[in-house]
Design a protein around this ligand. Structure first.
Ligand code: 6MZ
Length: 361
C-alpha cells in the first residue's frame, strides 16, 4: 500500500527497488509533529464536508480544483479560507479530527501532534472552548477504539488576529493542559506576510511561564527582523519551516540567526512538499532539510497539510530519502531522533524510545 501511495505522489520516481524496500522497513513508526487540522483532510473527508454545506458548493468546487495549481504562498491561504467555510460547526470539527487521526494511523504514524486554531463562529454556535472540546472528544473516541496512535493537541495562534486573542488561546491551552494533559502546547502560525511575530513575544513568554511548549512558524519567508527578535527574546521549543534561518544572505546578520538556532539546538520542523508548493523552495534537492541534517542539527520531517499538499508523512520520508540518498543510519537517526523533540511528557518519550527499539529493523 505504501509503495502504491508513494508512486501516486511521484515519490518513488527514480528510486531503485532496494532503496524503496529499505525505506519501507524504517517508516513503520513515524512521528508527525507539524500537521494543521484544517489542511490535513483526505479527499474523502473533504467531499463529505463539502456535501454537508451544499449551499457553498460552486465556490467549494472551484477551490478543490485549485489544489493542483499552486504558484505562491497566497494560493494556500486562499484555499484555507474556503476550508474554514466547511469546517465551521461542531460536527465538521469532530469528523475532520476523527478522520485525520485514523488516516495518520493508517500511514504508520504512532505519535501525532495535531494543531489547530480555536475559532469563535457565532452563526453555528461554535466557541473557542467548544472547538477544543470537540477535538478532544474525537481524540478520546479514537483512543477508545484502540487506534494505534498517540495523539496530542497544540492550539494555534493565528498571527493575523490580535495579541488579545493570542493570549486567550494561551489561557485556553493552559486550562485544557491542566484538565486533560492532551493539549500540551501552542503553535504560532498564519500568513507570514501579515503582522509581526515580535508583537507576540509577551504572549510566548506567558505560555512558557504556564509550562506550555511552543512551536513557532519562523522564517518561512525571509523575515529577518522578527526572526531575530523572537530568537533573542523568547526562543521557541521548535521552529516550523525555518526556511530562511541559515546563512542564506551572508553579511546581512543571518549569522546570528543561524548561530542562535544552533547554540540553543532548536529543532526544525521541515515540511518539504509544502515549501515546494508555496514556492519558498524551488526543488527537493535545494530544501534546507539537508543543510540542518548534515550538521546533525535536530530536524524533523513533517507534512504541514497532507490534504492541501497531497502528501503523506511516509511520502515525505521517501522524498527526503531519495533526494538526499539516505543510508540506514540516516533513517535510524531521523526516526529515533524525532522522539526527543515531542511535546508530550518524558514518560511518553521513554515509551516511544522503547517501542522503536523493538520495532526497528
Ligand atoms: C503558516 C499556516 C500554514 O488552524 O484552521 N497554516 N500558517 N504557514 C503555513 N504554511 C503554508 N499552513 C497552515 O489550520 C489552518 C491554519 O493553519 C495555519 C493558518 O493559520 C491556517 O489558517 P487550522 O486547523
Amino acid at each position: 500500500k505504501l509503495r502504491s501511495d508513494w508512486s501516486r505522489q511521484g515519490a518513488t520516481r527514480g528510486c531503485n527497488a532496494t532503496h524503496v524496500s529499505m525505506i519501507v522497513r524504517y517508516v513503520q513508526f513515524l512521528k508527525e509533529l507539524h500537521a494543521h487540522l484544517n489542511t490535513s483532510f483526505s479527499q474523502q473527508t473533504l467531499q463529505a464536508l463539502v456535501a454537508r454545506k451544499a449551499v457553498h458548493n460552486s465556490e467549494c468546487l472551484q477551490w478543490q480544483m485549485s489544489l493542483d495549481d499552486f504558484k505562491e504562498m497566497d494560493d494556500s491561504f486562499n484555499i484555507f479560507k474556503c476550508i474554514h467555510q466547511v469546517v465551521n460547526d461542531e460536527e465538521a470539527v469532530y469528523k475532520l479530527t476523527y478522520d485525520v487521526i485514523h488516516e495518520f494511523a493508517e500511514d504508520n504514524v504512532k505519535y501525532l501532534e495535531l494543531r489547530s486554531t480555536p475559532k469563535d463562529i457565532p452563526s453555528t454556535g461554535m466557541t473557542r472552548d467548544l472547538y477544543v472540546r470537540t477535538m478532544l472528544r474525537a481524540v478520546h473516541d479514537c483512543h477508545l477504539e484502540n487506534v494505534d496512535i498517540m495523539v496530542y493537541i497544540l492550539l494555534s495562534i493565528d498571527r493575523r488576529n490580535s495579541v488579545e486573542i493570542a493570549q486567550l488561546t494561551v489561557d485556553l491551552a493552559e486550562k485544557f493542559y491542566k484538565e486533560t494533559g492532551v493539549v500540551v502546547g501552542l503553535d504560532f502560525s498564519g500568513h507570514p506576510g501579515i503582522g509581526n511575530a515580535a508583537d507576540f513575544i509577551p504572549v510566548f513568554k506567558s505560555a512558557k511561564e504556564k509550562g506550555l511548549k511552543i512551536s513557532c512558524h519562523l522564517a518561512e519567508l525571509a523575515m529577518y527582523e522578527e526572526t531575530l527578535a523572537v530568537l533573542r527574546q523568547s526562543p521557541p521549543d521548535r521552529i516550523g519551516h525555518g526556511t530562511f534561518l541559515h546563512r542564506y544572505d551572508p553579511g546581512q546578520g543571518y549569522e546570528e540567526i543561524e548561530d542562535t538556532v544552533i547554540s540553543k539546538r532548536i529543532p526544525i520542523e521541515a515540511c518539504m512538499t509544502s515549501n515546494l508548493k508555496t514556492n519558498t523552495v524551488s526543488k527537493y534537492s535545494e530544501h534546507h532539510f539537508d543543510f540542518w541534517f548534515r550538521k546533525r542539527h535536530p530536524v524533523i520531517l513533517c507534512t504541514d497539510g497532507k490534504g492541501v499538499y497531497k502528501t503523506s508523512l511516509s511520502g515525505e520520508y521517501i522524498h527526503a530519502a531519495r533526494t538526499f540518498s539516505f543510508s540506514k543510519q540516516d533513517l535510524w537517526q531521523l526516526t529515533l531522533g524525532s522522539i526527543d523533540h515531542i511535546f508530550a511528557p518524558d514518560t511518553i518519550k521513554t515509551l516511544l524510545h522503547n517501542k522503536w527499539q523493538l520495532a526497528c529493523p
